[in-house]
Design a binder for this molecule. Sequence first.
Ligand code: PMP
Length: 398
Amino acid sequence: APLFSAIEMAPRDPILGITEAFNADKNPNKVNLGVGVYYDDNGKVPLLACVQKAEAQLMEKASPRTYLPIDGIAAYDKAVQELVFGADSAVVQEKRAITVQALGGTGALKLGADFLKRFSPNAQVWISDPSWENHRALFEFAGFTVNNYPYYDATTRGVNFTGMLNALNEMPAGAIVVLHACCHNPTGADLTEDQWTQVIQVVTQRGLVPFLDMAYQGFGDGIEADGKVVRRFAEAGGPLFVSNSFSKSFSLYGERVGALSIVAVSSEEAARVLSQLKRVIRTNYSNPPIHGGQVVATALSAPELRKQWEEELAGMRVRIREMRQALVQNLKEKAPNHNFDFVIQQRGMFSYSGLTKAQVERLRNEYSIYAVDTGRICVAALNSRNIDAVVDAIAKVL
Ligand code: PMP
């Protein structure tokens, strides 16, 4: 039979489907809370001032666009490694950590997945229930069987920590555990420091392979606070995989800037790991693009720009927090029989709002307010102009 004749249409991406329906909606007061992007109070994706300044500096230099090394810009990899682990950390000082530039957080995850499939082909992967919608497919496409560990508890609107810990305690040695370092997507429910202590203990004792996905550093409690769990895992020793992304924290979505870091038990082991990781890169896309990596390397390394980035990131974090407060405060008035206090405890861009599929449908059909069927809303898409309409509509569908 001809090659393509038996190919079925792939399922539509549920979240992109929401945006398509939103774009087609003629209501001038429509609101899209289904997105995974930070919008400012004007409803715009910001272009950070630190990025503009870094770009101006780079334009001035007018460098030729030769190939980058396979693992990316050395200054970028170094700056990212120091951001993720701390410049004075043991893993950096002892050269036990390696960091390679990657095509966003997704690219970093895929490099890690391909590497793991080569060197631990029989391991299975565990992701949280629920998780970022691409985790399962990404690891499955890399050849893994993917399982869920219990995570979200709809009754408490928090983490089912007992369930999670029990699942970790039953995993075989070598199992790959994908953990959200902060700002859990989609629920907004994070572990406490004490719970992380217990997770690190089980992971270490059982010889599990932790893969920390950090796509929202700085959106929870700050750059340091959000990154702390990575440092704690690193202190517990390798092996450790960390994917991080600057899509959100630098508002550089389309530039595809992220990194994969791996912690090994010795510098000699780390060198071997890096050499093999480079082969994974070489056979996929050879070497990463220049621009985004240069912008981030410049902004992280120049003290003035670094300071400005930290301030701009804090601005995004604070605005999201204010929207959480406003949502809860206004719902208290408009829907006094419902308690939304949990929204304030949640971290990052998202909230599992507790809205049912039927309520989400009513919001969409009757009020042109678009959320994900699971009840996930992007708090970063709320602003001072749409919050009243959103609260009124939610109060009516409750
Ligand atoms: N991991 C998580 C948990 C995410 O939410 C996302 C995207 N929002 C990513 C990874 C991928 O990030 P990127 O867009 O940089 O590929």
